[in-house]
Design a protein around this ligand. Structure first.
Ligand SMILES: Nc1ncnc2c1ncn2[C@@H]1O[C@H](COP(=O)(O)OP(=O)(O)OP(=O)(O)O)[C@@H](O)[C@H]1O
Length: 284
């Protein structure tokens, strides 16, 4: 990753469990040797029509294939950033580049906080919908939708309607729908915020397994320090008024994230580091 603004903190717990100094430290080793970013934000600024300066001067590179969380207090512009990256909201200033795709955005998937399923369609038809919009033939889209439902553990519910599914199952359908077109980048806007904790933990694990097997780049918006540390290789902490980058924290933890990691001292130390950065962001 490159291009962090000089005003942001870079800190993190290292592989040996020690916490790197915060403040204006050297960039991580990815700066000189890492793969090209899938997306590069430069000076990204958003002022809404009502005058709210939601995001100002955001510089951020997202490494291809990485799992990055955007964390920050309510109103710091996390969703606005995600929507701008998705092309759903125009920028007021700055630019978003896609260096690996000749400047054009690659295929993107978006998961919203609400599952936003069509109530009159079965789970499999909901998952198949993006393929239908792409003009994929019926047999093929059903085959791929079924494969995705298998991957999210819903093989037995393909013909159920959303009202017949629990909140966690509906979110699984929503994730399957976002992934069925095999996007290179998956943007997730607090997808698990409305779920109970046990369901949330399960879906965290499901999402990680999908990320490991499908190798998309994940940009995940969350309010939860614990969730961000559990899922991510990197946590970008934002501050509000105006929304901006406050800290860029590598999560130097084992690749395998599981219940052993969730209860480990490393995880606790990482959560403390990120919590402290968030606390500072809230005062900044
Ligand atoms: N469509 C809009 N029109 C005007 N102001 C908006 C609009 N959408 C968001 N805002 C404002 O922009 C700022 C950033 O909002 P945004 O939803 O991006 O923040 P967030 O960090 O995602 O918040 P939360 O964590 O509460 O979802 C807030 O002050 C919000 O009120």
């Amino acid at each position: 990753m490159t291009g962090r603004p000089g005003s942001a903190e870079t800190a993190g717990v290292q592989e040996d469990g020690t916490i790197a100094a915060s403040g204006h430290t050297a960039p991580s080793r990815e700066d000189s040797t890492g793969p090209a970013p899938v997306v590069a934000l430069r000076g990204v600024t958003k002022r809404y029509g009502n005058g709210t300066l939601a995001v100002q001067g955001l510089d951020l590179d997202i490494t291809t294939g990485s799992f990055v969380s955007l964390l920050g207090p309510s109103g710091c512009g996390k969703s606005t950033v995600l929507r701008m990256v998705a092309g759903l909201s125009p920028l007021t200033a700055g630019g978003i580049a896609w260096p690996r795709a000749a400047g054009r955005p690659p295929k993107l998937g978006f998961v919203f906080q609400e599952p936003t399923l069509m109530p009159w369609k079965t789970a499999i038809d909901n998952v198949a919908l993006p393929l239908r919009l792409e003009g994929v033939a019926k047999a093929e889209r059903h085959r791929r939708a079924r494969e995705m439902l298998d991957l999210v553990g819903l093989s037995d519910f393909a013909n159920s309607y959303p009202r017949e599914l629990s909140g966690g199952m509906r979110m699984r359908v929503s994730i399957a729908r976002a992934l069925v077109t095999e996007p290179e980048v998956l943007l997730l806007d607090e997808p698990f915020a409305a779920l109970d904790e046990i369901t949330r933990f399960r879906l965290n694990n499901d999402l990680l397994r999908l990320w490991e097997s499908r190798r998309f780049t994940a940009v995940f918006v969350t309010h939860s320090v614990f969730e961000s540390v559990y899922l991510s290789q990197r946590v970008v902490v934002m501050a509000a008024n105006p929304g901006r980058l406050h800290a860029d924290l590598p999560i130097a933890a084992p690749a395998r994230r599981d219940e052993a990691f969730r209860t480990s001292p490393d995880y606790a130390a990482l959560c403390r580091t990120v919590s402290e950065a968030l606390e500072r962001a809230m005062k900044a």
